[in-house]
Design a protein around this ligand. Structure first.
Ligand code: AMP
Ligand code: ZN
Length: 665
């Protein structure tokens, strides 16, 4: 099989597995196997850019950056929907329709109204060619590169599809994924996103498609626009889209009369909370497309469709007390403790107040009667104060100045909404949080020890920081509840084994604010040992590629603290890795410092990953596309002709494997 066939075959296989996984929810190979195949394809595509394909499964990974989103006119206008809030309004709508259509048999397709951002995606000859936001309905923004990263959006269609059409759908962020994103943000010391809808629509306009690719967005299609589609009903439209490879939600139902429509609404008003994403109503559409045509449109919306909005889930209750929670990064979240009230089927006792600004904006006070709403957030929020019920003796809320857990004076950084407790080494929730981070998989990966045990060990006074883990003995552990001999052994062994973890991960494990995995790697590489980092000032630190002022400042602050210094010394005494190993050092130079390389083609004596590592180890940078900032193109055999001409146009020198080796040896 030649290379071209191999590439085609991999693409086809990956396309099918992607479909099984993301559309059918029924994968037939492991994630690992999938990743391996994807890597293989990626590497072949890099070697043979002449077989480039805009619909290759590799574009899902993202990477393209869009600085300005072009405005493009829709082929078919995108309309709004008329809203209704009661069954009476629904019945009136039906009357209006009957008046126009006369005495005919009417059926309806009922769908859920997904709460996200609308999108219109154009396919031509079965290939995704463009994706536009709704914009003002007449024209929208071209967000094609971002949409292509969404796994449930087919890049190529299956089956028997029309030559060209637009499919409309809603881009949503399922609740689980949203929660997970927020968890990770909080762990990095960033503020949580407010709700899934805003986050989904914000994602469409991110410049870096790689960031979009990391978000678990979904596309839920609901209609098709085009000529000669060969489709006669709305319900059939949904079905057809399914056969072409789209993930059309299964809840849609065909209703033969308005009674069935009412039943559909009743059912989903309750059961929508079981769905993985948010919905805010039901959309009722006249099923036959020729009837739709006869009904036509008003200035803004189709006459043949109606949105029934679920009742906004709001309740009013008394705010008894405002309390403050301390997160594991020290971030303070004010919480409203409420007189229990029934809201959307659950009893609500607490609501988030987000931050000091939010409290000031609402002017919310203890003793106030407030409105709580269950919107996109996982915990309900307070939307308004009922001023008419405010008690005479009410006093404005004064935001706390000291940490409720440890008493330290709170701080608030320029431009940040949240206060935080700076006592990172003495504040209980921060202490356990840091230890939990220290032992986590990507950090010290300590087997036999979990988050709950950390809390238990802390409560029992056995550990106060991560260095204490290394002095735990079996005798300390055995008296603890649920700690069998075997688990105690495992824990001790796990801790002992962690001394072999490489420096860059130890650095990450320390839990320095803003120092994530990648930053830790960069710092380890640039400074080679912990002492050099400790002795560096912010200016020196920020000379490292991608280390900004904020990170540099945070590193300096961390090592300024005498407690942290002591911790490092203790860890060092226990034998943890605080410098690059001899072997790592040997291979590191600064011979290529400040130089940027693009690698292309096939090499004889070295693999591409090895080459890239060599460049990075010698202080150089590897990028994937040629620009005026590229210093050298490192070319093997069969370098793509387009790359070659681009390099020549920009005057970037093209060097061979041998010439390159000469530079680093
Ligand atoms: P509105 O923005 O209130 O005018 O409502 C119209 C919007 O509802 C459309 O632009 C779609 O993005 C969204 N929508 C969500 N689910 C559906 C659905 N099943 N059918 C049609 N539109 C929907
Ligand atoms: Zn504190």
């Amino acid at each position: 099989m030649d290379v071209k066939e191999k590439i085609e075959q991999l693409r086809e296989e990956l396309r099918e597995h992607n479909y099984k996984y993301y559309v059918l929810d029924n994968p037939t190979i492991s994630d690992y196997e999938f990743d391996m195949k994807l890597k293989e394809l990626e590497s072949l595509e890099q070697q043979y850019p002449e077989y480039n394909d805009e619909s290759s499964p590799t574009v899902r990974v993202g990477g393209q950056v869009t600085k300005n989103f072009n405005t493009v006119v829709h082929d078919y206008r995108m309309y709004s929907l008329d809203n209704s809030y009661s069954v009476e309004e629904l019945l009136e709508w039906e009357k209006r329709i009957r008046k126009i259509l006369g005495d005919v048999k009417l059926s309806y397709t009922c769908e859920l109204k997904y709460d996200g951002a609308s999108i219109s995606i154009t396919y031509e000859d079965g290939v995704l060619i463009r994706a536009l936001t709704r914009g003002d309905g007449f024209q929208g923004d071209d967000v094609t590169t971002n949409i292509k990263t969404i796994r449930s959006v087919p890049l190529k269609l299956k089956g028997d599809f029309p030559k060209r059409f637009d499919i409309r759908g809603e881009i949503v962020l399922p609740l689980k994924g949203f929660e997970q994103m927020n968890k990770e943000r909080l762990a990095r010391g960033e503020e949580a996103y407010m709700n899934p809808r805003n986050t989904a629509s914000g994602s469409l306009k991110l410049q870096d498609s790689k960031v979009v690719a990391e978000r678990p967005l979904e596309c839920l299609p609901y209609s098709i626009a085009g000529r000669r589609l060969g489709i006669v009903t709305q319900y059939e439209m949904l079905d057809s889209a399914r056969t072409w490879g789209f993930k059309v939600p299964e809840q849609a139902a065909l209703c033969n009369n308005i009674e069935d429509v009412k039943e559909f609404i009743r059912y989903w008003d309750i059961h929508r909370h079981d769905l993985p994403y948010e919905t805010d109503g039901v959309v009722i559409k006249v099923n036959k497309l020729n009837q739709q045509e006869e009904l036509g449109y008003t200035a803004k919306s189709p006459r043949w469709a109606l949105a029934y909005k679920f009742k906004s889930e709001q309740a009013s209750t008394v705010l008894q007390k405002i309390s403050y929670q301390v997160g594991r990064t020290g971030a303070i979240t004010p919480v409203a403790n409420l007189e229990p009230v029934l809201l959307a089927g659950t009893t609500v006792k607490r609501a988030s107040l987000h931050n000091a600004d939010q409290i000031a904006k609402l002017d919310v006070r203890e003793g106030d009667t407030v409105f709580v709403e269950k919107g996109g957030e996982i915990i309900p929020k307070i939307t308004k104060v009922d001023i008419s019920k405010r008690p005479d003796n009410s006093v404005p809320t004064v935001y706390i100045e000291h940490c409720p857990e440890c008493g330290t004076q709170l701080k608030r950084q320029e431009g940040e909404a949240q206060h935080f407790c700076p006592n990172d080494t003495g504040c209980p929730p921060q202490i356990t949080g840091r230890i939990q981070h220290f032992i986590s998989r990507k950090a010290m990966d300590i087997e036999g020890l979990g988050g709950e045990t950390v809390e238990l060990l802390f409560e029992e006074g056995l550990i106060n920081n991560y260095a204490d883990l290394y002095i735990l003995t079996k005798e300390d552990l055995l008296p603890l509840e649920r700690m069998a001999e075997k688990s105690a052994d495992n824990l001790i062994q796990g801790v002992a084994a962690s001394v072999a973890i490489p420096f860059e991960r130890v650095l990450f494990a320390l839990g320095i604010r803003y120092v994530g995995e990648t930053v830790a790697k960069k710092l380890a590489k640039a400074f080679k040992n912990i002492d050099a980092i400790m002795n560096a000032d912010a200016e020196l630190l920020s000379q490292v590629d991608e280390i900004g002022e904020r990170i540099a400042q945070s590193v300096v602050e961390f090592f300024d603290s005498p407690q942290n210094k002591e911790l490092i010394e203790r860890l060092r005494a226990h034998g943890l890795q605080f410098s690059l190993t001899e072997e790592e050092l040997l291979n590191q130079t600064e011979k290529l410092k400040g130089l940027s390389f693009v690698v292309s083609g096939v090499f004889h004596n070295i693999t591409r990953p090895e080459l890239k590592k060599l460049i990075e180890d010698n202080g150089g940078k590897v990028s994937s596309s040629i620009s005026s900032k590229t210093n050298y193109v490192l070319a093997g055999d069969n370098m793509g002709p387009s790359k070659r001409s681009k390099a020549e146009d920009l005057g970037v020198p093209i060097i061979s494997e041998e010439e390159f080796m000469g530079k680093v040896q």
